[in-house]
Every structure is written in structure tokens, then in C-alpha cells.
Design a protein around this ligand. Structure first.
Ligand code: ATP
Length: 219
């Protein structure tokens, strides 16, 4: 994969500019944590990245997760691989999943500790379980770059670490909006701090301590 770039992008809602102009380059193998206080523009930036990079097989975990509540955990995860299969295969899967697809997806659910919910509808699961479905969907997609908006915010410490390990082992190139700065420094090698829609910090994680990031959260 070659580098992914954004050049002088902006985002406006109505009359108001909420992001940019902003440029950045993401090199292959680079895992970036997007940090900054609520409303800074992290989700907006991730969606801009997705709109620019989706044709390069970017995988997105949006903040609202994008699950279909009436479908099972299995089917929601299967969605990550829809383009890999024929329409005929996808239609049959809705009614009667193929054994080989179950065999591919089940280990991902086991890894994220939701295999026992494989055939439950997503709409009847907890926030943390739903977040793990969205993570499993991204693992199954195995795209070229992961764009994730607070992908482990509803998980407890060990579950969050396990999900981050799984995601970062599958995706060596990623941009992850994170509100847990310690987790961000542990799993990402570059930190970009967003403040009022602009890049206020861009440093390798190894040069940063949690305290270096805290000024971003001052009002
Ligand atoms: N649909 C919308 N209409 C108008 N303004 C919006 C809309 N979505 C976001 N904004 C504004 O854009 C700015 C950036 O929002 P964004 O959701 O990108 O921030 P964020 O850093 O992801 O916040 P959080 O950490 O709370 O998710 C905010 O000022 C917000 O009010």
C-alpha cells in the first residue's frame, strides 16, 4: 500500500467551519491515535478520511457502530465481507449461512468473547457487546486501513486491551479516535491532537507522556 493523504480538506456544517483546512499523510504501517476533547472534530476528520480512502478498501468503525439491529451477530460481522462474495452467496447467507463462513467468523467472535451471542440479534445486546460485533466486522473485512471512532469506549480494561490487540494485529495501518490516552499511547505509534478542527499536536507516541496530551482537554 502507498501512503494515504488528505490535502487542505475542510468540513462545514451550514455556515460554520468545523474542520480544516488540514493536510496529513498516513504512511503504510503507521497507527495513529486521534485525541482531543469532545467536539474538537475527530469524528468529522475520520469521516473525511473514509470518504477519501474508501476506494482503497478502508474499513470504518463509526461511533454509532452501524449495526443492523434485526440481524444476528453473525450476519452483522458477515457484512464486513459482503463485497468478497457473489450476490447469490450473500442472499443465501441471509437465510442459511454456509459452514465455511461460520468457520471463518466464529474464531473472531471467540477472540472478542462474544461467540455465545453468535445467533442473537444485535438489537438485543449490550453496548459493549455491540462494540465487539463492530470490531469483529472490521476484523472480518481485513481492509487495507482501519478508521475507528472510539472503538473500545464501552469495554472494560481487559476487554478493551484484547480488542485493541486484535484490531492492531489485523491492521498495521490505522487511525483510531481514542478518549483513553494511555491506551492510545500503548497501541499507536503516532498521536495527532485535534483542537477546534485543526492539528494542534503531531508527535510519535514514544516522545509523549499522558501529561503532554492533557492541554488539549483544557477549555
Ligand atoms: N450534523 C452536524 N450538524 C452540525 N454540526 C455538527 C454536526 N456534527 C458535528 N457537528 C459539529 O462539528 C464539530 C466537530 O464534531 P465531531 O463530532 O467531529 O467532534 P468529536 O471530536 O468527534 O467529538 P466527540 O469526542 O464528542 O465524539 C462540533 O462542534 C459539532 O458540534
Amino acid at each position: 500500500m502507498t501512503s494515504l493523504t488528505l490535502h487542505e480538506v475542510v468540513a462545514d456544517y451550514g455556515e460554520g467551519r468545523v474542520l480544516g483546512p488540514l493536510s496529513l499523510t498516513l504512511s503504510p504501517g503507521e497507527r495513529v491515535a486521534l485525541v482531543g476533547k469532545s467536539g474538537a472534530g475527530k469524528s468529522t476528520l475520520l469521516h473525511l478520511m473514509y470518504s477519501h480512502w474508501r476506494h482503497r478498501n478502508a474499513a470504518l468503525i463509526p461511533q454509532q457502530l452501524g449495526l443492523v439491529d434485526t440481524l444476528s451477530t453473525f450476519h452483522n460481522v458477515y457484512m464486513g465481507g459482503l463485497p468478497r462474495h457473489s450476490i447469490h452467496h450473500n442472499l443465501i447467507t441471509l437465510a442459511r449461512p454456509f459452514r465455511r463462513d461460520i468457520d471463518a467468523i466464529f474464531p473472531l467472535l471467540e477472540r472478542l468473547e462474544i461467540a455465545d451471542k453468535c445467533w442473537n440479534r444485535a438489537g438485543e445486546l449490550s453496548g459493549g457487546q455491540r462494540q465487539r460485533i463492530a470490531a469483529a466486522r472490521a476484523l472480518y473485512q481485513a481492509g487495507s486501513v482501519l478508521l475507528a471512532d472510539e472503538p473500545v469506549s464501552s469495554l472494560d480494561g481487559p476487554q478493551a486491551a484484547a480488542a485493541m490487540t486484535a484490531l492492531t494485529e489485523t491492521y498495521d495501518t490505522a487511525v483510531l479516535a481514542m478518549h483513553d490516552v494511555e491506551l492510545a499511547l500503548r497501541f499507536c505509534d503516532r498521536v495527532i491532537g485535534i483542537d477546534q478542527g485543526t492539528i494542534a499536536l503531531d508527535q510519535p507516541s514514544r516522545r509523549l507522556a499522558t501529561s503532554d496530551v492533557l492541554p488539549l482537554y483544557a477549555s
